[in-house]
Design a protein around this ligand. Structure first.
Ligand code: AMP
Length: 228
């Protein structure tokens, strides 16, 4: 045959950043634009809480306090999800890993599936702006599209732009007192992962104080080059 080979392995991308940095919004847009699967451990845990599973019952009070759920619970949930066939398209992890133990476990999980972390995007923001961002956000109860009281309102008030839904949810942990604990957990346990991935040469930093569209443009460029 002799033709040059190209990489067909599905990309594994990570969005790192504090609560309110825009990880969920951006991961959703990237997943749509590139046909990747968005894997949000926060969404998976909220689903487990809503269903009242054993993991959900254990996670509920921890999440309400704005602290991190145990590595054991989160890894069990993620491992199951990674085994679903759709992840073969490539994944964008949003909210995971959040501790060094999770990052190491992710390496092992991926290695066992012939994969590795291709790019880690650090969304850089100022803590002071995060409280306002988080307290104003809500999502469509039907399709999950994210909105914000001032930064991103639906074109027609009360109607989801994406699906026409008229019911919206606000997260139980999106309140000023929990946000402080979530920011502290980020700085203590998750921010050190930037250095961890920097040592491996896979970190890309993006100024996430810019508007949603400008951040999306920067991320699209990074994902384009990670896929090459
Ligand atoms: P998020 O939707 O990513 O903001 O996550 C909401 C909450 O779920 C966090 O405040 C944690 O309590 C929990 N959580 C989500 N992902 C993880 C993770 N990777 N490790 C530990 N706890 C997590």
């Amino acid at each position: 045959m002799g033709a040059a080979t190209t990489t067909t392995r599905a990309p594994v991308l990570i969005l790192l950043g504090p609560p309110g940095a825009g990880k969920g919004t951006q991961a959703r847009m990237l997943a749509e634009a590139f046909g990747l699967v968005q894997l949000s451990t926060g969404d998976m845990l909220r689903e487990a809480v809503a269903k009242g599973t054993e993991a959900g019952r254990a996670a509920k009070s921890v999440m309400e306090a704005g602290e991190l759920v145990s590595d054991e619970i989160v890894l069990a949930i993620l491992r199951d999800r990674l085994d679903a066939p759709d992840t073969g398209r490539g994944v964008i992890l949003d909210g995971f890993p959040r501790t060094e133990a999770q990052a190491e476990a992710l390496d092992d999980l991926l290695a066992a599936r012939d994969g590795r972390v291709d790019a880690v995007i650090a969304l850089e923001v100022e803590d002071d702006a995060m409280v306002a961002r988080i307290s104003g956000r809500y999502t469509c109860a039907n399709c999950g599209e994210g909105y914000h009281d001032t930064n991103k309102v639906p074109a027609v008030a009360g109607v989801c732009d994406k699906c026409g839904g008229t019911e919206f949810d606000r997260r139980a942990d999106d309140n000023a007192s929990t946000v402080a604990a979530r920011l502290a957990a980020y700085h203590d346990q998750t921010a050190p992962l930037i250095a961890y991935y920097d040592r491996r040469g896979v970190i890309q930093r993006v100024d996430a104080m810019q508007d949603i569209g400008a951040v999306a443009t920067a991320l699209n460029r990074i994902v384009e080059s990670a896929r090459r």
